[in-house]
Design a protein around this ligand. Structure first.
Ligand SMILES: C=C(O[C@@H]1C=C(C(=O)O)C=C[C@H]1O)C(=O)O
Length: 385
C-alpha cells in the first residue's frame, strides 16, 4: 500500500474515533436530560425539538456540502438511540427490581442468530452484565423464564415480510410470563457458505423456517437446491460450514463471525425486512406515563353475532388506539378463535382501566399479557429539499 494511502487512512481512523467519542459524549448529555424530565414530569420524546434540531442540522450540513438526506438519516439514528436510552433509564428508575447485577436472557439459537443481535441491542441500553442462554425452541425460552433459570426471554413475534409468528402467539396462550418490553431489529438475509464455495456449487441451503419464509421469492427461483430446516440460524451456520456444498441463510455479521463468506445479499422478499421481538419476564413491570406504551391482551368473544365488533367498539368509545389485532385457533375447540390485541395505552391510566372493565362485560375471557415500553419509534418528518 502506498504511503499516501496509508496516511489518509490513518486520518480517517482518527476522525472515526473522534466521532465515536462525541457520540458517547452526546449520549451522556442526553442522560442528564432524563433527570430533568423525571423531576418535571415531562414526556421523554419532544418531537418539536427533534424537528427543529434536524432542520438546523440539515441546513448547517448543506453549508458544509453534506446532502440533506444523508444528514437526516445519520441524525435520526442518533436521536433514536438517545430517546430509547432515555426511556430505558426512566423504566429502570420506576422498576428498581430491574437493577440486577446480571441479566440472564434466554433466546433462540446462539452465536450469529438474529435473536442474539436483538438481545445485544436491547440489553446494551440496560445496566447489568448480560448472561446469554441460547435455546433450541421458543418453548424452551418461556420454560427457562418460568422456572427462574432466566430473568428474561426474547421471542420474535412478527416480521415485515412473513407476518405474525404463530408459534409464538400460540405459546403466549399457555405461559404465565408477562411481556415487559419490545424492540425491532433489521433482518438482512444473505446466502453464506465456506470460503471458496461458489453459488453454482450449492446443493443444499440450511436455515430456520422463518428466514426461508422471508426469502421465499429468492428460493423459488433456485433449481436443484434442497432446503434443510434448522432449529436456529446459528445451527444453520454450523451445518453449512460442515457441508462442502452447503450454504445457510444468515446475516453478514453472523457469517463473518462463523468464518463464512457472503455469496449473495438482500435475499428478503421486501427490502425493508424487520422483525419485532417481545421481551418476557416472570413479573409484569410498571411503565412510566412519560413514554410511549403498549398493552397486549388476549380475549375470547362470546359466540354471538357482532361480539367482536362490540368488543372493538369499547376501544373506540374510550379513545384507545388499537395497533394490532391477531386471531388464533383455540386448541381442542375447533373453529373457536382467541384474539390478541395490542393497544397504544398504559394500563395504569384510568380510561384504560375503565375500558378493560367494560370489555370484561362483553367478552367470554380476557387476560392481560403485559404493559410495556413501546420501542417502535417513528422518526419525525423533515423536508430535505
Ligand atoms: C435529549 C432530549 O430528548 C429527546 C432526544 C433528543 C435528542 O437526542 O436530540 C431530542 C428531543 C427528545 O426527543 C431533549 O429533549 O433535548
Amino acid at each position: 500500500m502506498s504511503n499516501a494511502l496509508e496516511s489518509l487512512r490513518r486520518d480517517i481512523n482518527e476522525i472515526d474515533s473522534e466521532l465515536l467519542v462525541l457520540l458517547a459524549k452526546r449520549r451522556r448529555v442526553s442522560h442528564g436530560v432524563v433527570e430533568y424530565k423525571i423531576a418535571n414530569n415531562k414526556p421523554i420524546r419532544d418531537e418539536q425539538r427533534e424537528q427543529a434540531l434536524l432542520e438546523k442540522l440539515i441546513s448547517y450540513g448543506s453549508s458544509l456540502g453534506l446532502d440533506g438526506y444523508y444528514v437526516n438519516r445519520v441524525f435520526q439514528t442518533i436521536i433514536e438511540d438517545s430517546v430509547l436510552h432515555q426511556q430505558a433509564m426512566l423504566q429502570q428508575n420506576l422498576n428498581p427490581e430491574l437493577h440486577t447485577e446480571t441479566n440472564r436472557v434466554a433466546y433462540l439459537g446462539g452465536q450469529g442468530s438474529y435473536s442474539q443481535l436483538a438481545c445485544h441491542k436491547y440489553f446494551s441500553r440496560r445496566p447489568g452484565k448480560l448472561v446469554e442462554l441460547g435455546c433450541s425452541s421458543f418453548n424452551e425460552i418461556t420454560n427457562k423464564v418460568e422456572t427462574g433459570q432466566a430473568d428474561f426471554g426474547l421471542l420474535p413475534i412478527e416480521n415485515t415480510c412473513s407476518g405474525s409468528i404463530n408459534e409464538v402467539y400460540d405459546l403466549l396462550q399457555h405461559t404465565q410470563v408477562s411481556i415487559v418490553g419490545e424492540l425491532t431489529q433489521a433482518v438482512e438475509h444473505c446466502l453464506v457458505a465456506s470460503p471458496g464455495v461458489a453459488i453454482e456449487d450449492v446443493t443444499k441451503i440450511y436455515g430456520h423456517p422463518q428466514p426461508f419464509a422471508q426469502c421465499s421469492q429468492f428460493i423459488s427461483n433456485l433449481s436443484g437446491v434442497q432446503l434443510a430446516y434448522s432449529d436456529s440460524t446459528s445451527t444453520a451456520l454450523k451445518q453449512a460450514s460442515a457441508d462442502g456444498s452447503g450454504a445457510a441463510i444468515a446475516s453478514e455479521d453472523a457469517a463473518r463471525k462463523a468464518g463464512l463468506a457472503v455469496l449473495e445479499a438482500d435475499l428478503a422478499n421486501q427490502s425493508h425486512n424487520h422483525s419485532r421481538f417481545i421481551v418476557v419476564a416472570r413479573k409484569a413491570v410498571k411503565v412510566s406515563k412519560q413514554i410511549p406504551t403498549k398493552t397486549t391482551l388476549i380475549m375470547a368473544t362470546k359466540q354471538s353475532a357482532g361480539a367482536l365488533a362490540d368488543a372493538l367498539m369499547i376501544f373506540k368509545q374510550h379513545n384507545i388506539n388499537l395497533v394490532k389485532l391477531e386471531s388464533r385457533p383455540v386448541p381442542g375447540n375447533p373453529w373457536e378463535e382467541v384474539f390478541y390485541v395490542d393497544l397504544e395505552a398504559n394500563i395504569d391510566m384510568p380510561e384504560v382501566r375503565n375500558a378493560l372493565d367494560a370489555l370484561k362485560e362483553v367478552t367470554a375471557y380476557i387476560r392481560i399479557l403485559g404493559c410495556y415500553q413501546s420501542e417502535t419509534l417513528s422518526a419525525v418528518n423533515v423536508t430535505t429539499e
